[in-house]
Design a binder for this molecule. Structure first.
Ligand SMILES: Cc1ncc(COP(=O)(O)O)c(C=O)c1O
Length: 498
């Protein structure tokens, strides 16, 4: 074991190891109260409470008229949004993760005589909101700022899931009629969640664009207010309350890592944080399959990227917002990307290590950390990763877990070509069993993919114990002169050796 802590334990000096842990924990902030739901949270609010939310600051002016910068949002807008949403939203927990800190930073995460200020990873649990994502912040702020007339005409939104649930839930609470257009392909859990909170759901087309067109039609036809998921100053201000909450909960943070889709979350958060402390770094993470904000930064204007599927469906956005782009271009320090395999592994790590469920988009920050995508300077020590959402279909979760296992070397697919005579498959399986590999599935191929006549290809799906174990299998099968290859493995591992 490499870490100081382990060495101390192995030497039997438990007292010293306790001291080390004590020192590590002494740098922590007290934990905020966890979100405990009350039955009232599922019912509409009284008129009196709605009035309170709409006018939180006695002498406040409507924030939409006092913006005096080029970005359409100021710290003042976000502070007012913060006062507004406080009535309905409890702060989500932020928690230091000793396990992830050590997994990612090794020795640097442990306090010692020579390391007085260890690197610490904090997790911001935005997946703990009632509807499972940060989207409630923007939805409440937008709905609270509607005039009485706008409220009476109702709202409409288009979304693939999290925004839909947030708008549906808070519209129900504020007594505003709500229609949500969702693509027919949206995850079932998100469609059902949206219906459950009371919105009328219109399923239309295969993607968000189709849903947007239908929502725009309804907006015009029925005179409803459109609640945009990100390209709206009130929504951006609402999402920015995350930044203020972080500064209240842990003002010593020096880095905040945040997923990027259309850009509402990171735009608001970065503007809030940088206005308070410009030295704090704000880093965005996009899915490799859809890098709209990176492409826009390069082009110096918002650009449209082609749609591609990714397990981070929440951030698969073709059109980044022009409002969010402007803020991000000014306030966000860097944006990195992660691929689906890396995201899957992050979802799995969060389940195993932190016992918390994150959807693909919500786990991108951890994916970037686990794969060292972010270049930290020596002074970046207190890093907060935003877990932005946790709504995931169980079917997809199963697929993600399997992909995560593949990425982590714990699930492997082996293709062995052997002469098609009795006993050969048994030889392969026996040697795998001797190496303690658990066989999950076996398939045979003869006619396809150029299997020579007289031979058979056996495809074995194996449960393995990490990359060292797969290395052992590789060496052993090579020694035994089997004709084999690993299939569908991450490129940096056995994928290139096929
Ligand atoms: C879980 C999750 N994380 C991050 C994002 C990105 O938010 P934004 O579009 O504001 O960048 C979304 C957007 O829907 C989301 O659902």
């Amino acid at each position: 074991m490499k870490s100081t802590l382990h060495r101390v334990c192995i030497n039997g000096s438990l007292r010293a190891s306790n001291l080390l842990w004590k020192r590590a924990y002494s740098t922590l902030e007290p934990l905020p109260t966890a979100h405990i739901l009350t039955p009232e949270e599922l019912t509409p609010l009284s008129e009196k409470k709605i009035e309170l939310i709409q006018k939180p600051l006695a002498d406040s002016v409507d924030t939409r008229t006092i913006v005096d910068n080029d970005y359409g949002v100021t710290l003042n807008c976000i502070e007012e949004a913060h006062e507004r949403i406080r009535f309905l939203l409890k702060p989500t927990p932020i928690q230091y993760s000793p396990l992830l800190s050590q997994d990612i930073f090794g020795k640097e995460a442990l306090p010692s005589k020579t390391n007085k200020s260890p690197r610490q990873i904090f997790l911001k649990y935005e997946n703990k909101h009632m509807t499972g994502s940060f989207k409630e912040r923007g939805a409440i702020n937008k709905l609270a700022l509607l005039s009485a007339e706008e409220r009476s005409r109702g709202v409409v939104a288009s979304s693939a899931g999290n925004h839909a649930q947030a708008v549906s839930y808070h519209a129900m609470r504020m007594g505003v009629d709500c229609t949500i257009c969702m693509p027919e392909t949206a995850p079932l859990s998100k469609i059902n969640g949206t219906k459950r909170y009371g919105a009328k759901v219109v399923l239309v087309g295969n993607n968000l664009d189709d849903a947007y067109v239908e929502a725009s039609r309804i907006m015009k036809e029925e005179g409803r207010t459109f609640v945009h998921p990100y390209n709206d100053f009130d929504v951006i201000s609402g999402q920015g309350t995350l930044g203020l909450e972080l500064m209240e909960q842990n003002p010593y943070l020096d880095t905040v890592i945040c997923p990027v889709g259309g850009g509402g979350l990171i735009a608001g958060t970065a503007l809030a944080i940088k206005s308070i402390n410009p030295r704090i770094k704000v880093i965005g993470v996009e899915a490799e399959a859809m890098q709209g904000m990176i492409a826009s930064k390069q082009a110096k204007k918002p650009v449209v990227v082609p749609f591609q599927t990714t397990i981070a469906d929440g951030i698969a956005v073709k059109n980044v917002g022009e409002k969010t782009f402007k803020i991000i271009d000014k306030y966000v320090d860097d944006i990195v990307t992660v691929n689906d395999g890396e995201i899957a592994q992050a979802v799995l790590t969060l389940l195993e290590r932190e016992k918390t469920m994150c959807e693909g988009a919500g786990a991108t920050g951890i994916a970037a950390m686990l794969t060292n995508k972010i270049n930290f300077t020596a002074s970046q020590k207190r890093i907060c990763v935003v877990l932005s959402g946790g709504n995931i279909d169980v079917g997809l979760l199963r697929e993600i877990i399997d992909r995560g296992l593949v990425n982590d070397g714990r699930l492997a697919r082996l293709r062995v070509v052997v002469p098609d005579v009795p006993g050969n498959l048994a030889r392969v399986l026996t040697s795998l069993a001797e190496m303690r590999c658990n066989v999950r599935e076996v398939e045979h191929e003869r006619a396809f993919r150029n299997v020579p006549v007289g031979k058979t290809a056996t495809i074995v799906t194996l449960q393995t114990r990490g990359w060292d174990h797969i290395d052992q299998v590789y060496k052993e099968l090579t020694n035994m002169k089997f004709e084999f290859s690993f299939e569908g493995m991450p490129e940096h591992k056995y994928g290139v050796k096929e």
